[in-house]
Design a protein around this ligand. Sequence first.
Ligand code: NAP
Length: 289
Amino acid sequence: MRIAFLGLGIMGKPMAQNLVKAGHEVRVWNRSSGKIVGGAHGAATPADAAKDAEVVWLCVSDTKAVEEVLFGNHGAAQSLRKDAIVVDSSTILPSASVKFAERVRAKGADFVDAPVTGSKTGAESGQLIFIVGAKQETFDRLQPLFAAMGKSAVRVGENGKGLAAKLSMNLMIALTFEGFAEALVLAKKQGVDLEPLMSLISQSMVRSGVVDYKAPFVLSRDFTANFPMRLMHKDIHLMLEAARQNGVKLPGLETVDRVYETSRHEGNSELDYAATLTTLEKASGVSER
Ligand code: NAP
């Protein structure tokens, strides 16, 4: 297939690379120059990349970035083929995504929200999970591309429903990690060694995928970004906005939002969101080791 891939960040670059590996003809564009994908052609603008593409795939930071890449000056919408499919893997506000879908459909093309879970390692190893809002027939047409980049794709419903499910899942990740971090701080302050504690966690019902993934990084104090704190905080704000729009109360998440605020004021925005642990440690006078 001829694919335009727009946005070559932590997630987008390996996703585009896996499309090339699967034999697709890929044209890539990134806002700042210097990011390349072996075997792909470069494009000067999103419109240039989207010209003649059967599928235009996006993976950029936030709602504003998606709007700019699609509908800004030299945006992809200017050159979309009528039978093209635009797929957005960015995590953005579901209600905004529904409006983007309407604007793309008005041009004759189709639109799919397909946010992902699996983080940097999942993107690199082609093991992402796609959480999809789309028409069934469009979802079916995209199967070879989901397979090139991921281990599964689940259609949740029509446009916006993929993002609504993704935000709910990320809410669980944010709360689960802060639960783990608070448990570590309470245990350490009471003099518990982390080695037996981790052994207990891994054998008991508090074990979770989030803890399995994050524990090795946390124990080695490696807070380089797999999922940068600024992006998880962006997602927390999306969850709170979706909750506000739908009349839902999220008291646990509101508290976690304040932990992120403090942590980012401490200069941790570009670190992994796991670095919120250091903020909890500081607040409780717990030493790092
Ligand atoms: P990232 O490394 O920060 O990359 C962000 C990408 O968006 C870069 O290509 C950046 O371009 C581009 N961008 C930002 N603002 C833009 C704008 N106004 N116009 C055009 N391009 C713009 O982020 P990432 O980790 O790849 O995440 C991408 C999306 O996937 C986010 O929505 C994130 O929430 C979601 N996600 C991330 C993870 C993860 O673990 N990292 C997991 C699941 C979902 P420049 O290079 O020019 O800055």
